[in-house]
Design a protein around this ligand. Structure first.
Ligand code: SF4
Ligand code: SF4
Ligand code: SF4
Length: 319
């Protein structure tokens, strides 16, 4: 029997999710044995025109990582949608817009201004910006268009499943591959990780007081963190109450608070708003000025509460 065809594609991302595939270590051999890799630009020399030549739906599943920021990415994911039976949004950037989604706080011209003129490592006295079309003696060179925003994958194409995480843990990848190969997939639209909050499985939950109270917020470098105690009880922002479990509490095991990369559970529409409502109830003051003072100590509220989910939030970006 022919092996199912699988594709991997990389959009606006750091490359960590491609690394996650390599992190399967010897398990990657099991994957390669079980499937035919039809398209994987980072590892195999297969061109867009080869994908265009494939029959529609002939790729069993495409794993797509990264947010959609360029017209080229939009075009490629639409092509892969046509050619694939299943599309899996792979990692936080594809699932929720991820870190690239934080750029939605700025207009395109502000992003270009920073990237090409004012960043400390830039030397561009002639103020040259990338041009979508450049005439050269050989003809016309073209660059993809920078989209107005960074989009999560399902804001551009229909997505069948989501693998959360920055990056996706190896066991979740293997479970998903196994479920796909055995045809034992849950309903379309499922995030392939437990639908429970991280606090439910966190060892430190036992130390979380019945009624949490915060008088001051610290950043991790400002205090010596007790490795046994709930971070929130130490005045550190931990997004565990608003984040889906299933990562094996990776950050918490390393004595760092959760930053929310698994996104919300199915019951929550907006991860940042969910955390904010929980957070508001634990601020230990009824005095407006004191509350403001406590809130003012949060260095970067959007980056803290919506680090991975701004593209998919109710706000979506700058309003
Ligand atoms: S989810 Fe994280 S590891 Fe994956 S591409 Fe985005 S930033 Fe990189
Ligand atoms: S808030 Fe963080 S440290 Fe506390 S129980 Fe939840 S996940 Fe664990
Ligand atoms: S602890 Fe939070 S930020 Fe860290 S991997 Fe798990 S979900 Fe992501």
């Amino acid at each position: 029997m022919a092996k199912p065809k699988v594709a991997f594609y990389w959009c606006a991302s750091c490359g960590g999710c491609e690394e996650a595939v390599v992190d399967l270590a010897e398990d990657i051999l099991k994957v390669v044995e079980a499937v035919d890799i039809a398209f994987w630009p980072v590892a195999l020399d297969i061109k867009k025109k080869d994908v265009e030549g494939m029959e529609d739906k002939s790729i069993g599943v495409s794993f797509i990582n990264g947010a959609i920021r360029l017209s080229e990415q939009e075009e490629m994911v639409k092509l892969l949608r046509r050619k694939s039976g299943l599309i899996v949004a792979f990692g936080s950037c594809a699932h929720l817009g991820g870190i690239p989604g934080l750029a939605n706080l700025y207009e395109v011209n502000q992003i270009f201004e920073r990237a090409y003129f004012t960043s400390p490592s830039t030397h561009n006295p002639e103020k040259i910006l990338p041009s979508q079309e450049t005439d050269v003696p050989e003809g016309k060179l073209t660059l993809p268009r920078f989209l107005d925003r960074a989009y999560a994958l399902d804001q551009v194409i229909d997505v069948d499943y989501y693998l959360p995480g920055c990056s996706v843990p190896a066991d979740l990848i293997m479970n998903a591959v196994k479920a796909i190969l055995e045809g034992k997939l849950p309903p379309k639209g499922t995030v392939l990780s437990p639908n429970k909050s991280l606090c439910d499985t966190c060892k430190r939950n036992e130390t979380k007081p019945e009624k949490l109270k915060i008088k001051k917020i610290y950043r991790p470098y400002e205090i010596e963190i007790d490795p046994e105690k709930c971070f929130l009880d130490q005045g550190l922002i931990c997004l565990g109450p608003a984040t889906r479990g299933g990562c094996g509490e990776r950050c918490i095991e390393a004595n760092m608070p959760c930053r929310g990369c698994f996104g919300p559970t199915d019951q929550v529409e907006d991860q940042g708003a969910k955390f904010l409502s929980a957070f508001a109830s634990i601020i230990d003051s009824n005095d407006e000025k004191e509350i403001q003072k406590i809130i003012d100590t949060i260095a970067d509220p959007v980056g803290t509460f919506y680090r991975f989910s701004l593209s998919k939030s109710i706000l979506k970006g700058k309003i």
